[in-house]
Design a protein around this ligand. Structure first.
Ligand SMILES: NC(=O)c1ccc[n+]([C@@H]2O[C@H](COP(=O)([O-])OP(=O)(O)OC[C@H]3O[C@@H](n4cnc5c(N)ncnc54)[C@H](O)[C@@H]3O)[C@@H](O)[C@H]2O)c1
Length: 269
């Protein structure tokens, strides 16, 4: 028996990093998983890995900011697997700038389109499907420690993750008020070893850096546990929020950050 037998999940940004780990972990626990992404090759590899491990998954191409695509994603999920129980709104990007004065309007719009509009559309379109399935549901939004405290050079990113944090609480209250059994929570990863770091544009003039940030180097000094997290550290938390083990949690923040937001270690012994 898996923790998610008979459940159906959508994971956005499922082709890489945290999203891929979430898709694998939910499938391992019995969920049938629809992973969506703009990265078709990564999505196909993910589905092959899940099937090789005995799980069930489907990949669908999707840009989360494209509103017209959302009803198709929901319809294809219901046609293939019959229902929707779990939404992991994970797709996101980080756009850095040396200071906010250096950030272009185009970069701000790209940052907010994927990290906020994409989450809004995920939630707007999954709730009616969860209500049709009639067995409650779990919406998990991937925010960040950058949604809990300021992040210089990633101010736009931080703004989007702070928005997601309170968006989750607001939708949690709407669903609780509707009595539909849908729980809504946010997850706040710290420094996690995924490809996202290498995708942060290297524009020395704008960012003051000559190379992408190295998560291991950042975590050695920045995370009290002294190491970067793995995508599975986050996926395990998402599994908990997706499963009945968290049935009394809604509107909550699950922080998985190696201690970053707890304080600073004075000296490593
Ligand atoms: N890695 C970290 O340290 C860290 C820390 C805190 C929060 N997060 C958050 O976790 C989430 C996943 O990040 P990750 O580290 O796994 O990054 P990643 O780059 O490995 O994966 C992100 C995935 O999202 C996809 N994506 C990007 N734009 C998209 C779009 N418009 N539509 C659909 N898919 C799109 C990418 O193709 C990629 O597969 C993000 O929301 C990120 O902000 C990551």
């Amino acid at each position: 028996m898996g923790q998610l037998d008979n459940r159906v999940a959508i994971v956005t940004g499922g082709a890489s990093g945290i999203g891929a780990a979430c898709a694998e972990t939910l499938a391992r626990e019995g969920a049938r998983v629809v992973a969506t992404d703009i990265d078709d090759a990564g999505g196909r590899d993910l589905v092959a890995r899940i099937r090789a491990a005995g799980g069930e998954a489907l990949f669908l191409h999707q840009d989360v900011t494209d509103e017209a695509r959302w009803p198709e994603i929901i319809a294809e999920t219901e046609a293939k697997y019959g229902r929707l129980d779990i939404m992991v709104a994970n797709a996101g990007i980080g756009v850095s700038a040396r200071t906010i004065v250096d950030m272009t309007m185009a970069d701000w719009r790209r940052q907010t389109a994927i990290n906020i509009d994409g989450v809004f559309l995920s939630v707007k379109h999954c709730i009616p499907a969860m209500r049709r399935a009639g067995n409650g549901g779990s919406i998990v939004m991937i925010s960040s420690v950058a949604g809990l405290r300021g992040s210089p050079t990633l101010a736009g990113y931080s703004a989007t993750k702070g928005a997601v944090r309170l968006f989750a609480k607001s939708i949690a209250m709407e669903c609780a008020g509707a009595g539909d059994g849908i729980r809504v929570n946010s997850v706040h990863p710290g420094i996690i070893d995924t490809p996202i770091w290498g995708k942060i544009p290297v524009n020395a003039q704008a960012t003051g850096r000559n190379a992408p940030p190295d998560p291991h180097e950042l975590a050695r000094t920045g995370a009290p546990l002294g190491r970067a997290g793995t995508p599975y550290d986050i996926a395990n938390g998402v599994l908990f929020l997706a499963s009945d083990a968290s049935s009394y949690m809604t509107g909550a923040e699950l922080v998985i950050d190696g201690g970053i937001t707890a304080g600073t270690v004075a000296r490593r012994i």
